[in-house]
Design a protein around this ligand. Sequence first.
Ligand code: ADP
Ligand code: ZN
Length: 225
Amino acid sequence: FFEKRKDERKMNIIMLGAQGTGKGTVAGLISENTGWPQISTGDIFRKNISEKTELGVEAEKYISKGNLVPDEITVPMVEDAKNGVILDGFPRTIEQAEKLDKILEKKGEKIDLVINLVTPKEEIIDRMLTRRVCTNPECKATYNIKLHPPVKEGICDKCGAPLKQRDDDSDPEAIKRRLEIYEEKTSPLVEYYKNKGVLRTETVSISINHMGKDVAEEVVRDIKK
Ligand code: ADP
Ligand code: ZN
């Protein structure tokens, strides 16, 4: 009975927000505090690309141009998610959201909370350019050389591997394309989840001194209430 109670408290959370708003950072912190796993479709793709798996080779064709990877490849990646999960980077279209609802419905589950991160556009582009990721595919830590630099320049605090800029972050065309796709395909999800009554919008900006770690703290506090 107690196990069941504990399980019932688990929430399915979606991180929403444009590139560079800090979805991964917030998801990682909530995950550390709740023990609920973070599933980042972007991280899974990058790991597969660096390991040159079949999925990676296929996905890279789209990712390098800043385009979305087709649903036939992406949707199965979240199909086996257990109750109590933090989805980061999925869903990204209304179609994906509807598919996710069906997947959850079959298991008698639902989305409990959608955290929508909003950051001013100038800040977003700056953050994408100053973002660095760990080259160790098992680690996937991310840094920002302005906002949260590693202790030792160019080296991951967590595992000691070198850091690099993501390929899609160093190509201005890919950045532009990703932001366009966000506006066109992903931003309608705000309304979609608002209508379901699960949307929580948070502004993340240095101008109001409210950053990803603050959002994570507030959300974790509310979850544990
Ligand atoms: P960002 O949010 O900065 O674009 P992500 O790490 O979330 O970075 O994703 C990197 C890339 O992986 C995306 O630009 C897209 O090509 C692909 N991708 C990630 N998640 C999805 C998804 N749910 N559907 C389609 N493509 C995806
Ligand atoms: Zn690392």
